[in-house]
Design a protein around this ligand. Structure first.
Ligand SMILES: C[S@@+](CC[C@H](N)C(=O)[O-])C[C@H]1O[C@@H](n2cnc3c(N)ncnc32)[C@H](O)[C@@H]1O
Length: 364
C-alpha cells in the first residue's frame, strides 16, 4: 500500500491520475504478469519511501496503460465467459440429443434412423442459429416420433443435381435418391447435345424437371401433374431455382394434357406412381401415412399410370424423341415379357417398351 509520503505527493495530482495509480497498484498485486515487460511502470511502482510523484508523461502512460489493461481484462473475461457458455451449450445439446435418440427408438424408429433424424435436426438448427432451439428441437422430435418424415419437418431437402434445396411439403412425394440417379443418367446420356423442349409427367416437387432445366440452360419445359399440391410446389420450387421463365406448369393428368397438346417434345420424362396396390399397406409408416397415395399407387400391377404416360408420350413426342421412366423393380422383366408377346425384339430399350404398351408401332 502507498506510504503516507507517497499519499502526500499524490495530493496534487488530478483525480484521474490518482485512480490510475491505485489501479496500477491493484494490478501489481492482483495480476503482476500483466506488468511484465513494462520496466518504466514497474519502477514507478516501487514501494520504498523514496517514491516521488510520477512525471506528467509517465502519468499519461500510466492512465493509458490502466485503460488498456482494464479493457484487456474485460475482453479476456468476456472471451472466457463466451467459451464457458459455448461449452455448457454443447453439453446441453449432447444431453438433449441423447434423450431424443432414446425417445425416438422408444417410438419405434430403428437405432440408425433415430440417430440420423437427430443429426439432421441439430445440423439444421445450427445452420439457422435459432435462439430457442430446445423448444423447436423438442417439437421436431415429437413429430418424428409420430412418424412424420424428417424432410417434411424441416421443409426443404437437397436434391443433388440442383444447387438449391427443394421445398418439400406434405403430401407431395419427397424426392428420392433413385430419382437423382435417373436425372444423372439423363444428363450423362445427352452429353453436350442438349434437348430443346421437355415434358415431365407427374412433376411432384419439380425435382426432375427443375434439375433438367438447370442442366440444359437453353431448354424449355412443361410440368404436368393432376395434384393441386404438386402443381403449387413445382411452381414454388421453379421460382426458388430461378427457372420459372422456362417452365409451364399444368394441372392435369398426362392423358388430359397430352390430348390437347401437339407433337413438340424431344425429351419425355416421368417418375409416375408405380407401386402395385397390394404393396401399399406394407410400406413404411412415414411413407404410408404422410405421402400422397396418388403419387405412389400404380394400380394392380403398378403399370396403370405408366401405360397412360407412355401413350401420352407417343402423342407429344417428336420423331426421335427420348423417353426416360423410373419404374418398379419388377417392371423391366414385365416389359420384356410384353415385348415377347408382341413379337417385337426383346429389349429393355424404352422405345420398344413404349410401342408394346400402346400396341402400336414405335412412335417415341
Ligand atoms: C412418384 S411421384 C413423382 C414426383 C416427382 N416427379 C419426383 O420424382 O419426386 C408421382 C407424381 O405423379 C402424379 N400423377 C399421378 N397420376 C398421374 C397421371 N395420371 N398423370 C400425371 N401425373 C400423375 C402424382 O400426383 C405425383 O406427383
Amino acid at each position: 500500500m502507498p506510504t503516507s509520503a507517497t499519499k502526500q505527493s499524490l495530493r496534487g495530482l488530478t483525480k484521474q491520475t490518482e485512480s490510475s495509480w491505485l489501479g496500477l497498484q491493484a494490478l501489481r498485486w492482483r495480476s503482476p504478469h500483466l506488468l511484465a515487460g513494462q520496466p518504466c511502470i514497474k519502477a514507478a511502482l516501487r514501494t520504498d519511501n523514496s517514491w516521488n510523484p510520477p512525471p506528467r508523461r509517465l502519468t499519461a502512460s500510466c492512465i493509458l496503460f490502466v485503460l488498456f489493461a482494464r479493457r484487456g481484462l474485460r475482453s479476456y473475461r468476456a472471451a472466457r465467459k463466451s467459451l464457458g457458455d459455448k461449452r455448457s451449450e454443447a453439453i446441453a445439446e449432447a444431453a438433449e440429443a441423447q434423450a431424443a435418440r432414446v425417445s425416438l427408438e422408444a417410438a419405434g424408429l430403428q437405432k440408425a434412423e433415430a440417430a440420423a433424424s437427430v443429426r439432421w435436426f441439430l445440423e439444421n438448427l445450427r445452420r439457422s442459429s435459432t435462439a430457442d432451439w430446445r423448444k423447436v428441437f423438442k417439437n421436431w422430435v415429437q413429430r418424428r416420433g409420430e412418424g412424420e418424415p424428417v424432410q417434411y419437418i424441416l421443409g426443404s431437402w437437397p436434391f443433388h443435381p440442383l444447387p438449391t434445396e427443394l421445398l418439400v411439403r406434405p403430401p407431395v412425394l419427397i424426392p428420392r435418391p433413385e430419382t437423382e440417379e435417373l436425372v444423372d443418367r439423363i444428363i450423362k446420356h445427352y452429353g453436350n447435345c442438349h434437348p430443346r423442349r421437355l415434358v415431365d409427367f407427374g412433376s411432384g416437387s419439380g425435382a426432375i424437371v427443375l434439375s433438367l432445366l438447370h442442366a440444359f440452360p437453353m431448354a424449355t419445359a412443361v410440368a404436368v401433374d393432376p395434384s393441386e399440391d404438386a402443381v403449387a410446389l413445382t411452381r414454388a420450387n421453379a421460382a426458388r431455382c430461378g427457372v420459372e421463365n422456362r417452365l409451364e406448369v399444368r394441372h392435369a393428368s398426362s392423358e388430359e394434357w397430352a390430348s390437347m397438346s401437339g407433337k413438340a417434345f424431344d425429351l419425355i420424362v416421368s417418375n409416375p406412381p408405380y407401386i402395385p396396390s397390394h404393396e401399399i399397406p406394407g410400406l413404411q409408416v412415414d411413407v404410408r401415412e404422410f405421402e400422397d397415395h396418388g403419387a405412389l399407387d400404380g394400380g394392380p400391377d403398378g403399370l396403370s399410370v405408366i401405360a397412360e404416360v407412355l401413350c401420352s408420350a407417343r402423342r407429344v413426342g417428336l420423331p426421335g424423341a427420348r423417353i426416360y421412366l423410373e419404374v418398379h423393380h419388377t417392371h423391366p422383366a414385365l416389359f420384356e415379357r410384353f415385348s415377347d408377346e408382341a413379337k417385337s425384339e426383346p429389349t429393355k430399350d424404352a422405345t420398344q417398351t413404349h410401342a408394346t404398351f400402346c400396341k402400336q408401332s414405335s412412335a417415341v
